[in-house]
Design a protein around this ligand. Structure first.
Ligand code: ZN
Length: 187
């Protein structure tokens, strides 16, 4: 009896799909068992990584779809002072489809990484607040108003749907290995 795969391969920078603009989904495509199954696999792949967001191009699918989750049980193990600085709070699992983003507020700077640029970090300026109009996984229209780390996650994931990586926005001289970052900047 075949065993269903529980996670997908996350493609790394260099793969053309990461540099292409993803295609919008129709309601019919979104509601198909194929795409609903893909969402389940993306959730498991993100949790396994682990990451707080995963966009469809990162698993090789050029679709305007991303999953997001910032788990309370993982945040509890992190430095509370750093979480406060980042304005980072738990986020339940949710899906964004065909998003349109509006950036608001002054840019703020933090280190970030990407599951498709494995092993590295850099300082990336991002808008402090965003407004996102999208569909959820059922195709219901949503408006998300976000600030702080959630706003950063949304900007990072929606960039993926435009073929943009944080490498395009980072301060290049802050680029470093994740190992060095952990050694020097966090505890
Ligand atoms: Zn990424």
């Amino acid at each position: 009896m075949p065993i269903a795969p529980i996670k997908l391969k996350i493609v790394q920078t260099g793969e053309p799909v990461l540099r292409e603009r993803a295609k919008p989904l129709t309601l019919e495509q979104l509601q198909s068992s194929e795409v609903q199954n893909l969402i389940d696999l993306m959730r498991e792949t993100m949790r396994d990584a682990p990451g707080v967001g995963l966009a469809a191009p990162q698993i090789g699918a050029g679709l305007q779809l991303a999953v997001i989750e910032d788990r309370a049980d993982l945040l509890e193990k992190m430095d509370p002072e750093q979480l406060a600085r980042q304005d980072r709070h738990p986020l339940p699992f949710h899906v964004i489809v065909n998003p349109k983003i509006t950036l608001m507020g002054e840019p703020i700077e933090f280190f970030e990484g990407c599951l498709s640029v494995r092993g590295f970090m850099a300082v990336v300026p991002r808008a402090q607040r965003v407004r996102v109009e999208c569909w959820n996984e059922r195709g219901e229209p949503q408006v998300i108003e976000a600030a702080g780390w959630y706003a950063r996650i949304l900007q990072h994931e929606i960039d993926h749907l435009d073929g943009t990586l944080y490498l395009d926005r980072m301060y290049t001289r802050s680029f470093m290995t994740e190992d060095y970052y952990r050694h020097a900047y966090s505890r």
